[in-house]
Design a protein around this ligand. Structure first.
Ligand SMILES: C[S@@+](CC[C@H](N)C(=O)[O-])C[C@H]1O[C@@H](n2cnc3c(N)ncnc32)[C@H](O)[C@@H]1O
Length: 272
């Protein structure tokens, strides 16, 4: 493929798998292509609980967002690595608790852009916006006009980076990126983050990462200490960094859940 043949950032590339569409497959959506299904099936052959992992992650997003809106009083949300819309989306969870919530979504995948309309159906009292951007270029996100039209960066914001940073290997400087984003937010803001880990099943995760790399997707799982570094300088809310099914569980049933089956760390922390 020459550069001229490369799909533009707005075109959907069905020649190789994409993380957003593979995740949609794990969540049993309908917005993936054959190439994604094949790659996801290869992941499931080494990680048979990939669907449990995706579901546990999604349920964490629901509970963390609900807690932030209902208990912590947050009314502004910046969600980067949003994924293909899957009800309930983050703004629906936040606006159920606080209808006046404003939510900015960001993803770099054109398939998410294609479905962004579903993310824009805000409550009448609230507001949502969608920005197509790459988290590896955080300045573009923070400088975006749509962001400033939707959220006020002088008031607390919950920044959510759920199941995103394992697609940002160290060579792309993810720690500096998170720091840059947090520096743009005032005291009283929160970081919500979930991240796949090899800690509970190291050999299995070598196999999973190999499938992503073969599909041309940059990926890197991280240990507990490596994930904790993203929260440097922040104050964890209980229970701290945990496997998602133990982060303030609300009794919603999840089949086959063990730490290795989920293999994610998740946490919410406040910027002092
Ligand atoms: C596994 S999905 C997670 C979706 C959602 N955050 C959740 O937790 O349910 C990861 C998302 O991150 C997006 N993504 C991956 N790399 C990205 C990047 N460099 N910049 C922005 N989004 C990215 C993918 O397109 C995909 O939609």
């Amino acid at each position: 493929m020459t550069d001229l043949d490369q799909p533009s950032i707005h075109e959907i590339d069905t020649s190789k798998p994409h993380p957003a569409r593979m995740y949609d497959f794990y969540l049993q959506g309908k917005d993936y292509y054959e190439v994604d299904k094949e790659a996801a099936a290869k992941v499931e052959s080494v990680f048979p609980t990939a669907k449990t992992c995706a579901r546990a992650n999604r349920l964490f997003m629901h509970r963390a967002t609900r807690w932030l809106a209902a208990e912590a009083g947050v009314r502004q949300f910046l969600d980067i690595g949003t994924g293909i819309p899957t009800r309930p989306n983050l703004h629906q969870v936040a606006q159920e608790a606080a209808p006046e919530s404003h939510v900015v979504y960001v993803d770099n995948d054109p398939i998410v852009l294609r479905h962004a309309e579903a993310l824009m159906r805000s409550s009448p009292e609230g507001r949502t916006a969608y920005i197509q951007a790459d988290v590896r270029e955080p300045k573009t996100i923070i400088a975006s006009e749509q962001l400033h039209q939707t959220i006020d960066l002088t008031r607390p914001v919950a920044l959510s980076l759920n199941a995103l940073l394992h697609f940002v290997p160290d060579e792309f400087r993810p720690y500096e990126t998170v720091q840059y984003l947090l520096d743009a937010l005032p005291s009283g803001s929160y970081l919500v983050l979930s991240h796949c880990t090899q800690d509970f099943a190291p050999e299995m995760w070598e196999g999973v990462i190999d499938v992503y790399h073969r599909g041309g997707i940059p990926a890197q799982v991280r240990s507990r200490d490596d994930v904790l570094r993203f929260f440097d300088g922040l104050e964890f809310v209980d229970p701290g960094l945990a496997v998602p099914h133990r982060w303030r569980p609300d009794g919603e049933p999840l089949d086959g859940v063990t730490d290795a089956a989920v293999s994610i760390y998740a946490g919410v922390a406040r910027k002092p």
